[in-house]
Design a protein around this ligand. Structure first.
Ligand SMILES: [Fe+2]
Ligand SMILES: [Fe+2]
Length: 212
């Protein structure tokens, strides 16, 4: 399995090295193989998202453990999609509500599929579509209610929230900037406009991504 080319101008030299190292880890490789077997596009996307996550991680001066979480999360965030038929993933017309539910389930099934990395990685993966309009699996109001109810117990800590925001921003950025079967890629100006409208995390990450 080879690390693919990408179009991004990364700011930190160590980023590619770190991702290549994670790529080579046995416990990561088995998931990447599963992604590749299902769709090489998802593997390529995951690789680019991991690069962006780690590069932003360096820019925001996270520690070693957080850098590892960012890299793993980037590589594995869409692992739940291996259970979804390609006809649905690549469909170029509007999804039925059943198909939409099937797709949205990839955050939960993905967080359940990753074993042996601890709960923080699961939290980051499950939340990677929660900083957008129509967030899922949890709506913003549900999220707040859960946090109030489970105060001090399951509440995501601010550090994990920041890592999830970085993943969510990098994921949307790559989705917009890349060509997909059903859509062309968007330029930076259009990407910025869309993200400012739809991304509900910290907007500093949008600006950081746009320099890459
Ligand atoms: Fe996703
Ligand atoms: Fe993704």
């Amino acid at each position: 399995m080879k690390v693919q080319q990408h179009q991004y101008q990364l700011r930190f030299q160590q980023t590619e090295e770190l991702i290549k190292r994670f790529f080579g880890e046995k416990r990561i490789k088995k998931y990447l193989k599963a992604l590749q077997n299902h769709s090489s596009h998802i593997l390529d996307h995951s690789f680019r998202v991991a690069l962006l996550c780690v590069d932003l991680g360096f820019e925001n001066k996270f520690g070693e453990r957080e850098m590892q979480l960012l890299g793993y999360a980037g590589l594995l965030h869409d692992i739940g999609k291996v259970q979804i038929p390609l006809e649905v993933l690549d469909k170029d017309s509007i999804l039925t509500s059943f198909e939409r539910e099937l797709v949205n389930e990839h955050t939960r099934s993905g967080s359940q599929a990753v074993h042996g990395f601890g709960d923080d990685l699961k939290r980051i993966i499950v939340g990677h579509h929660e900083y957008q309009e129509n967030s899922y699996p949890r709506k913003k109001t549900e999220r707040r209610a859960i946090e109030r109810k489970e105060k001090g117990r399951r509440k995501d800590n601010p550090l994990i929230e920041s890592l999830t925001e970085i993943l969510a921003a990098s994921d949307s950025y790559d989705a917009l900037r890349s060509k997909r079967v059903y859509k062309p890629s968007k330029d930076k100006a259009e990407t910025k406009r869309i993200m400012l409208n739809q991304y509900t995390g910290d907007s500093k990450y949008i600006n950081q991504l746009l320099t890459r």
